[in-house]
Design a protein around this ligand. Sequence first.
Ligand code: GLU
Length: 229
Amino acid sequence: MCGIVGYVGTRDAVPVILEGLGRLEYRGYDSAGLAVISHGALEMRRSVGKLVNLAKAVKADPLSGQVGVGHTRWATHGRPSEENAHPHTDCKGRMVVVHNGIIENYLSLKERLQGEGHTFKSETDTEVLAHLIEEQMRGNLFEAVRLALQQVEGSYAIGVVSVDDPGRVVAARRGSPLVAGLGEGECFVASDIPAILQATRRIMFLEDGELCVLSRKGIEIRDDSGKAI
Ligand code: GLU
């Protein structure tokens, strides 16, 4: 179990996410990655090993965007490799998910999704989340994530972004930690406080089973029935 960071605001998300991941390094990891929405499309960089490798990959092939998520991985399902590093995408590459935790029933979900024509690109348990959300997506990312998570057993802290609902990061937790931070015209989500403390002191802990929607306007927290908290 390692770290996730999500950002939406007016700054470039890439340095914010890299810095946040750096502050979660103490949690240990074997690979790292990030994705941002850039000009209506998703751009992603991933690398095995230390965060400096991801920073090098970003420097060699720069990307930028104002909405994004990042991840440091401690492999539980599938060896440490670039293909298994997060974020993971749906079939069309229109949505990405980062995840800390373990999806216990991933094998049966994966078999069903593959039977329905979904193509998997990694050996991770996490990738089922991307395809489950894809299956539920009708233009409202929050609802798609909420309905997808109802099918999942196990532990998770996730961050999701989609080009079909840009301007938002949807996050949720059950069994893995997650905090949300409110800034001026920007919001953050992360596994732990140090990742966002340099940006804001207005931080809240999400409770088990809660979901949140981050936008430039602020943070909405909802329960798993979709009711606002
Ligand atoms: N179970 C996921 C994987 O192996 C997430 C591991 C983590 O929490 O970093 O990719």
